[in-house]
Design a protein around this ligand. Structure first.
Ligand code: ADP
Length: 285
């Protein structure tokens, strides 16, 4: 069983030609290629430390996957990239998340602006109960967009590989779309405010295999223009879709920490850390 899991993961890595084409070691990237730099990050919920001592460099215009057992802090890590943890009243963050040379946790930084530039797509597609058109236009409008809205809606939907399926029914309710279409609509909505980074929290886990494949293909397309960080519990998906992978675990106090970070191919085929190998071969988790 464990060897089978490892072989599947290896196969997925070896067949992920798009990811291979990038082939860059994120750890050795120059600072200019670094989209987000995490320094000595600790995140607490009340008295409970959910993440500790995280140092991490997210490479630009690549897909970075965050993997690890349930509860090890993957979503907390993802939400710390755009200050979403602040929406939890008990949450507290220490350390730095540097984006464009500035710590996003500095007191003079506007969290709403951070979230515009570093957008998020959630596990369960969450379109507004509005038309397809309005779902895409709304965020741009409240961000003060004054340009050609029809053009923005079309380009965002095209970028999200949804335009052809919805162009004749833009005024229909978004809620009538299939789950996979709704998730692509949420991606179009995220793109419409022109972010630089897109965070995705298990974006395909509520979808069927065909819709999942479409989302994965779309992620590879989007990585040409955006930096993507994706949390996934599905190791085959991480292996297929990502360029770099960060593996988290938790200690005896249940505080999550980074075990290993590197190019996906290396992490899945030749991990440096015994704990990574044990996890990807299914010995725990
Ligand atoms: P993962 O995504 O790896 O499953 P999470 O980031 O969701 O992990 O959770 C990490 C830890 O933080 C878990 O122990 C979880 O119970 C706790 N946690 C997450 N969100 C909250 C919250 N809003 N309030 C209190 N504890 C939380």
């Amino acid at each position: 069983m464990t060897d089978m899991v490892l072989n599947e993961a290896k196969q997925a890595v070896l067949s992920a030609t798009d990811a291979d084409a990038q082939g860059v070691c994120p750890v050795s990237n120059a600072d200019g290629d670094c989209a987000i730099l995490v320094r000595d990050l600790h995140v607490y919920y009340g008295g409970f430390r959910a993440l500790k001592d995280v140092d991490l460099r997210i490479a630009s215009r690549q897909i970075t996957a965050i993997i690890g057992p349930s509860g090890c802090g993957k979503s907390t890590m993802l939400r710390s990239f755009n200050r979403m943890n602040e929406l939890v009243p008990t949450a507290r963050t220490e350390g730095q998340v540097v984006f464009r040379g500035k710590n996003i946790y500095d007191p003079d930084v506007d969290a709403v602006e951070v979230r515009r530039r570093i957008g998020m797509v959630f596990q369960k597609p969450n379109p507004f109960p509005k038309s397809i058109y309005e779902n895409v236009a709304w965020g741009a409008r409240i961000n003060g967009f004054r340009g050609n809205m029809d053009g923005l809606v079309e380009s965002s939907l095209s970028h999200a590989a949804l335009w052809d399926e919805v162009k004749d029914k833009l005024q229909q309710s978004a809620l009538a779309l299939s789950g996979g279409q709704q998730q692509r609509l949420c991606i179009a909505r995220a793109i419409a405010v022109r972010p630089e980074i897109i965070l995705m929290d298990e974006p395909a886990s509520a979808l069927d295999p065909i819709a999942t494949l479409k989302i994965e293909e779309l992620m590879r397309e989007l990585a040409r223009d955006y930096t993507i960080v994706v949390v996934t519990h599905n190791m085959q998906q991480a292996a297929r879709v990502s360029d770099s992978t960060a593996f988290f675990m938790m200690d005896e106090d249940r505080a999550g920490y980074l075990v290993e970070y590197g190019p996906t191919r290396q992490l899945f085929t030749n991990p440096h850390d015994k704990r990574t190998e044990d996890y990807i071969t299914g010995r725990f988790g």
